[in-house]
Design a protein around this ligand. Structure first.
Ligand code: C5P
Length: 222
């Protein structure tokens, strides 16, 4: 593969967590660092693509040459994604989008009153599945963080979300989240490839190369 394998292509990457407001000072969130998505955005840019990075709240510098859109909630991420993804050839969903959000965030700070409380939640949109369901979808790559039956669960995600490539990784104690090294298996209809263990930056480069090969129609089954 040439080092500029994505020249002339547009790549969109979602990264990081989302924050779903409970009230003006509190939110539901998760531990996603955003490292994987930022590394993929950087690798895609180095491969010559125009890169749009839709990022939740993370403490990471924007990779050189990457266009960044900052969002907080899943709804904001969805809006930003649909606003720009029509121009893109590849969509990589790495964001840890909150599955649920508070049904009605309180307008003012919730006060302690010594009583128990129940928080009512509603499901968030599946942004990756929505992109895959667009009339002219880009090539779609999703991630599947699983704690068991990793490959089977990840492969099921290909069909349930209607995506082209799924990157399966096992998460748990010291694995996957908030770490620098990772081992993943990329699965697609009729193929698979194991990558790593390697630093996330190296894996990102290999994932981008794999997606570029798929875009060019040169990806072999493996
Ligand atoms: O279904 P699950 O959350 O395990 O799927 C993970 C994949 O789907 C990731 O690629 C993630 O970025 C994407 N996703 C999404 N919107 C959601 C939930 C997950 O884009 N609401």
């Amino acid at each position: 593969l040439g080092s500029r394998s994505l020249t002339g292509r547009c790549v969109m990457v979602t990264a990081g967590p989302t924050r779903e407001p409970v009230d003006p000072v509190r939110y539901l969130g998760n531990r996603s660092s955003g490292k994987t998505g930022f590394a993929i955005a950087a690798a895609a840019r180095r491969a010559g693509a125009r890169v749009i990075l839709v990022a939740g709240p993370v403490n990471l510098a924007t990779p050189p040459g990457v266009e960044r859109v900052d969002v907080q909630t899943a709804e904001e991420m969805r809006y930003a994604v649909h606003a720009w993804v029509g121009a893109c050839d590849l969509f990589v969903g790495t964001a840890a989008v909150a599955d649920y959000r508070p049904a009605e965030p309180a307008a003012g700070k919730v006060k302690r009153d010594g009583e128990g409380r129940t928080l009512s939640l509603v499901p968030n949109p599946d942004i990756l599945a929505e992109v895959a369901a667009r009339p002219k979808p880009p090539l779609t790559m999703g991630f599947a963080a699983e704690t068991g039956d990793v490959e089977a669960n990840a492969r099921a995600k290909l069909a349930s979300k209607g995506i082209d490539l799924v990157v399966a990784n096992e998460v748990g104690e010291g694995k996957g989240f908030d770490t620098d090294d990772n081992t993943v298996t990329v699965l697609w209809e009729g193929g698979r490839r194991r990558l790593g263990p390697a630093p996330k930056t190296e894996l990102a480069r290999e994932l981008v190369a794999l997606a570029a090969a798929r875009l060019d129609g040169t990806l072999q089954g493996g």
